[in-house]
Design a protein around this ligand. Structure first.
Ligand SMILES: [Zn+2]
Ligand SMILES: [Zn+2]
Length: 283
């Protein structure tokens, strides 16, 4: 069911955004393990570096595996033959010159019809849809865990820089570039302020994304359906909704994006509340 996209990126700016995004994740990892952890070790000899290196590396690998699965998974109908006559709930897509199944929409950035389209993710330049929702959530979830971890490790140093509300600390906090250019902040403090801001803002972004999309998934509806207040019939109960997105192994699939978990649906036909299996209705 999962095919491979022929080209990873269609445009140069997509490649730049992708490189910046994946580069920032690597920069945060290197910042924690080459700058923050040695500082913690210097002030606390009982601090066990190896445990943190182990868990941090596992989380980073999970982020990159999620990105890779998200990139190479085809969210379109691929080589499947779609009916030539318009069926109930289907639409004709003038761009693709083909009939488009229920819940699918044309993405003008991907320039394809995406099955059960949710939204276009600019970080990876791919559409989140039936086949890719699991990897998108896995990517955001692992980034969220990584950034909570980083913010906890950074806490003492955030406190050290920002504990007093002096002009110097306020400038370093809100306009580190200006503070650095004016010579108020040393280069090292400026660099740390930038990295800590990335960790804090990244954590806030991932939290908002997880809450918003987690709520949609729990209700069995896409972003588009939530915004338009439609698609109520696709809500099969929380457990069944999770199975539709994370696959048959939905209870374990969240641990790693490479845990096999085949999706129960094909992205073209969807069980609905009235026609759902009896066991799914009562969940
Ligand atoms: Zn289309
Ligand atoms: Zn798209």
């Amino acid at each position: 069911m999962e095919g491979k996209s022929k080209k990873l990126f269609r445009r140069g700016n997509e490649r730049i955004i992708f490189c910046v995004f994946t580069g920032i994740m690597l920069a945060v990892y290197l910042f924690e393990f080459f700058i923050i952890i040695p500082k913690i070790e210097a002030s606390d000899p009982s601090f066990n570096r190896n445990i943190h290196v182990f868990f941090g590396t596992i989380i980073l690998i999970n982020v990159y595996l999620s990105v890779w699965k998200f990139l190479v998974t085809d969210a379109t109908s691929g080589s499947r033959v779609l009916p030539s006559a318009l069926e109930n709930g289907w639409r004709y897509c003038w761009r693709c010159e083909a009939n488009s199944p229920p819940r699918s929409h044309h993405c003008f950035i991907c320039d394809k019809c995406i099955l059960m389209r949710d939204h276009h993710c600019h970080l990876v330049s791919r559409c989140v849809g039936h086949a890719t929702m699991r990897y998108f959530i896995s990517m955001i979830f692992n980034m969220w865990i990584a950034l909570i971890y980083a913010n906890v490790l950074n806490f003492d140093f955030v406190h050290e820089v920002y504990h007093s509300f002096t002009a110097k600390s306020l400038l370093t906090m809100f306009v580190p570039w200006l503070a650095w250019l004016l010579g108020i902040t040393e280069s090292e403090t400026f660099f740390m302020a930038i990295m800590m801001s990335i960790c804090l803002l990244g954590f806030m972004y991932c939290t908002v994304m997880l809450v918003w999309h987690g709520r949609n998934i729990a209700r069995g509806r896409t972003n588009h359906e939530m915004n338009k207040s439609i698609g109520f019939n696709y809500d099969l109960g929380v457990a069944e909704n999770l199975r539709q997105v994370f696959g048959e192994n939905w209870k374990y699939a969240w641990i790693s994006p490479i845990i096999p978990s085949s999706l129960p649906g094909d992205g073209i036909n969807f069980p609905q509340r009235m026609s759902a299996p009896q066991e799914a209705k009562g969940i």
